[in-house]
Design a binder for this molecule. Structure first.
Ligand SMILES: Cc1cc2nc3c(=O)[nH]c(=O)nc-3n(C[C@H](O)[C@H](O)[C@H](O)COP(=O)(O)OP(=O)(O)OC[C@H]3O[C@@H](n4cnc5c(N)ncnc54)[C@H](O)[C@@H]3O)c2cc1C
Length: 469
């Protein structure tokens, strides 16, 4: 359906109350989540101190054991926070957004892992009466004599595997699928650590309030995963029964997939968001791939636009009409909910322009208040659709064509030789006063972020998504 047809058949604009209301709510949710985490960390530290943790710091061996206990407790809280963060809890997803969640995930993940290793080393060292030479034998004793310790070692091995394959240099060498499969072992790793806390952790069972705290934390984490990673996607897929209606080639190596389904008006999705897709009947259908909506949802149909980069995406070009699609999501904060200003700028590169194209259609704005800067090498995606949006809604379209100017520029050689900041502020002088939505490859978005920061854009008005994992 063309944009003009869509316009004729009803408004596709998402109007969600006064500007900034949802953004403020999201801020509160982020604050509440951070408070729960910090309070939990404070509480376990208080319990550690109440159990004589500070007093024990006085002696060498006791100090090692005591510090080992504290690092273990903090690592446990952070590991559980990590599980909840990645459980795709809709409220957290909406409040944090994909970019922030991914950064937090790395930070909390690496911190909890380092603390967990420190816990193992210090506890063993302390139990070996502070003598380094006795630690191997002590470790062996701990693993064989204490209940749950063998499982905990298994859990540690799983987490080591996940963390090693997540280090950027290693990650670049493996396929996404292999990395993702290995990453699932993190759940096993966290799960296997539970019994040793239950059976040997003095903090766990020494008072009813501690027992309640830890069981609640574990219960919430497990329930979040089951409910939101398994239950909700099954429910959404069964409820909406999405089917492909057509596959239409766009620019070279890119095609749009149109879908329809039942009760799509009740699917809680907005322009700019993405879903994880599985198209049934294809080889490798069990693997989900994330794709953003490339048109504002109109309650009757959905559209994604896909660039062929590997087997999964290329396979979509031959998907037949009628093919069923299973989805997880919608996810992401690259939508109207993040908006606080009347004026917006959309900056995208290559196929990263897909969610921005949907936003240009779905956002509410006055003529001239929305501008899209589209970076491409030779052929712009959605050229005629953006021209139609320019005519219908007053969208300003600024093409950024050409080969990349250099490793430190996000602009193409079609814009002259002035530096990135000068070019941006020449085209959009009030850029710092807008909400700016950015989508593209990781390195490219890093450069755009740096230019926007230099232009004075506050961090909370930059809404960014990369097509990276
Ligand atoms: C939030 C988000 C939204 C996206 N939206 C779009 C979109 O609208 N249109 C589009 O063409 N592409 C989009 N992508 C990228 C798209 O998901 C990948 O290109 C696609 O999954 C590649 O799968 P493949 O099997 O063809 O390639 P593979 O051969 O498996 O991988 C090729 C490369 O694609 C990337 N990739 C593979 N699987 C994933 C995955 N599940 N998540 C992230 N990256 C992956 C990796 O960098 C990998 O090296 C999006 C990615 C993310 C994270």
């Amino acid at each position: 359906m063309s944009i003009l047809e869509r316009a004729a058949s009803g408004p596709a604009v998402v109007t969600a109350g006064p500007l900034g209301r949802r953004a403020r709510l999201d801020e509160l949710v982020r604050l509440a989540a951070a408070s729960v985490l910090w309070l939990s960390l404070l509480l376990v530290t208080y319990w550690w101190a109440a159990d004589g943790g500070i007093r024990d710091l006085g002696g060498w061996a006791g100090g090692l054991t005591s510090t080992g206990r504290l690092t273990g407790l903090v690592a446990s809280v952070l590991l559980l926070a990590q599980v909840v963060l990645m459980a795709r809890v809709p409220r957290l997803e909406a409040a944090f957004g994909q970019d922030r969640l991914a950064r937090l995930h790395r930070l909390v993940g690496f911190t909890s892992f380092n603390l967990m290793l420190t816990h193992i080393v210090l506890i063993t060292w302390g139990y070996a009466a502070g003598e380094l030479g006795r630690t191997p034998a002590t470790l062996w004793g701990l693993v064989t004599d204490y209940p749950g310790m063998l499982l905990a070692i298994g859990g540690t091995v799983c987490l080591v595997m996940v963390v090693v394959t997540s280090i950027k240099a290693a990650r670049r060498r493996i396929r996404y699928e292999s990395w993702h499969l290995l990453h699932l072992y993190a759940y096993l790793g966290v799960g296997l650590a539970l019994p040793h806390q239950l059976w040997t952790g003095q903090q766990f069972m020494s008072s009813p309030s501690r027992t309640v705290f830890w069981w609640t934390a574990w219960g919430v984490a497990a329930a979040a995963v089951l409910l939101f990673r398994v239950g909700l996607p099954v429910r959404v897929s069964l409820r909406h029964r999405l089917r492909v209606t057509s596959v239409v080639p766009e620019a070279g190596g890119i095609a749009s997939v149109y879908l329809t389904g039942r009760h799509l008006e009740r699917l809680d999705v907005e322009a700019g968001q993405f879903l994880s897709w599985r198209f049934l009947g294809r080889r490798g259908w069990t693997r989900a791939n994330p794709y953003s909506l490339s048109a504002a949802p109109d309650g009757r149909s959905l559209r994604i636009t896909v660039q062929a980069v590997g087997d999964g995406s290329a396979g979509l070009f031959s998907v037949r009409p009628g093919t069923r699609a299973l989805v997880e999501g919608p996810y992401g904060r690259l939508s109207a909910r993040a908006r606080t200003r009347p004026k917006v700028a959309l900056i995208g590169a290559g196929v990263g322009v897909t969610p921005l194209r949907a936003l240009a259609e779905g956002l509410d704005y006055l003529p001239g208040d929305a501008v899209i800067l589209q970076r491409y090498t030779s052929e712009p995606l959605f050229a005629s659709e953006l021209a139609a949006l320019a005519a219908e809604k007053g969208l300003r379209v600024l093409p950024l064509p050409g080969r990349r100017r250099g490793p430190d520029s996000w602009l193409g050689d079609g814009v002259g030789t002035a530096d990135d900041l000068s070019v941006l502020t020449y085209w959009v002088p009030d850029i710092a006063d807008r909400d700016v939505y950015v989508c593209g490859p990781e390195r490219w978005t890093d450069l755009v972020r740096a230019t926007l920061t230099a232009a004075g854009l506050p961090e909370d008005r930059l809404h960014l998504e990369t097509f990276a994992w």
